[in-house]
Design a protein around this ligand. Sequence first.
Ligand code: NAP
Length: 535
Amino acid sequence: MTEQTFDAIIIGAGISGMYQLHQLRGLGMSVQVLEAGDGVGGTWYWNRYPGARFDSESYSYGYSFSEEILDEWQWSEHFSAQPETLRYCNFVADKLDLRRDIRFDSTVTRARWDSEAERWTVWTADGWTGSAQFLITAIGPLSVPTMPTIDGIDDFRGQSMHTARWPHEPVDFKGKRVAVIGTGATGVQTIQEVAKTAGQLTVFQRRPNWCAPLKNSPITPEQQQDIRARYPEIFEICKRSHGCFMHDADPRRAMGVSAEEREAFYEELYDAPGFGIWMGNFRDIFVSEEANQTISDFVAAKIRQRVKDPKVADMLIPKDHGFGTRRVPLETNYYEVYNQDNVRLVNLQDTPIERVTPTGIRTSAELLEFDIIIYATGFDAVTGGFSKIAFEGVDGQTLQQKWAEGPLTYLGLMVPGFPNMLTLVGPHNAASFCNIPRCIEQNVEWATDFIRNMREKGLATAEADEAAATEWTHHVHESAEKMLYTKVDSWFMGINTNVEGKNKRTFLLYAAGAPAYRAKCDEVAASDYAGIARH
Ligand code: NAP
């Protein structure tokens, strides 16, 4: 195939790739998007598992940049389910006529910077090659699913799937013996749904998470009218809050109020929809062990109330980390599932899985037979998408080499040694801790202004300075130092037991919050892109 040339190549047609394409078209650029799937939507294209839905209020999640899209689209629930969100992504792609610049079924395998031509060359698995002045990664922080490193997975003769590679046809659980491995946000959503119809459901839990009620409900026509009228206000609330959610930390400290007041506030949060209990809680629960203990005790008591068997309740209460120090899965009757006769919880800390057999799963205690095994075992988070592609920068240095000791970035958007490459939602970027489309819009708009400025000035290349990136990376780590979640193993901290080498804690997100991040990005732009060498 002959090489095609573009002004920009974007990898990924999810929420960020779609908006970036639209923005760069606005600059009159020729753009090629390369997408591994056969449709748009990214995370919402791949994660079709039963129960997949928003944990953000639907109306705070959609794109805010187009009044037409806001006026024409209607969410049906306060926390809409995956099929609706995928329809939304397709609606936006149609509305903005995006598909003509997206090449589907195109898995990028390699991208090489050519210092002489001052361009990136990009290769896909099916033999396509193209080059462009700018390379934009829109590959998502949770796009590379990881299977557990358990012997015998391929021997299983029943149906098995990872939640993020769910079949496009419905899977029928009626009367079936189903296993779910994993109890993160995905596992929790899957379990509460599968338990409705499965003949027998066995949940294999390694470490429990602190879950809290989602409190979903349909959006009534009156509410819809009100939402439409309040969109500017909704997006302003998101913009001001730490994680761009409708919820922001309460200015009080848990230890600064009486026990009665604290308890009443926790009750209120537990009863309210969405992430309020995590994002809208007392501000010290993330930094003070003492404050954190109060909310952990509160949620533990709720679990004990909701789960009838005290032994099972105890298994479901985390002992190794406090509430909110890992991602809080939101749930609908998740704990009640364990009161059902058809559901059993296996604690892998007592009886680890030894292997998968042709007919089921053998733990250290027993052999259990299954028709279906579901792996809700998570992702090679944040850096995984970058490891999958052979990025070669200046002098042939690979990104793997550059990041051997952990990611080094400037604003989470650029990497020294990799000129003209912008990493939307990359490591050290506020987006992964965010109501993601809100931070995606900021990332994309910053990248677009950056490219516009270069084009206006007739500049060919831009590369983050090593010193500026070192300072930013230091700031990222410093911003998280006091946070309790840095003391806990999770994907926030770059830990994944199923990925070789992902065993040293390194903070992959940005802890100082989206407003501070936005201010820093704006400051860099206002200072004629300080910290970035351009010519
Ligand atoms: P995850 O949080 O990483 O959870 C993976 C689960 O699999 C954990 O319970 C883990 O146990 C278990 N596991 C992994 N390897 C295992 C092994 N070898 N043996 C036994 N158990 C194993 O992944 P996730 O649930 O897919 O969620 C990832 C992120 O996606 C979330 O944190 C969230 O940001 C996002 N998400 C968002 C939504 C939403 O917005 N609605 C929904 C789902 C997911 P350990 O805890 O012991 O490691």
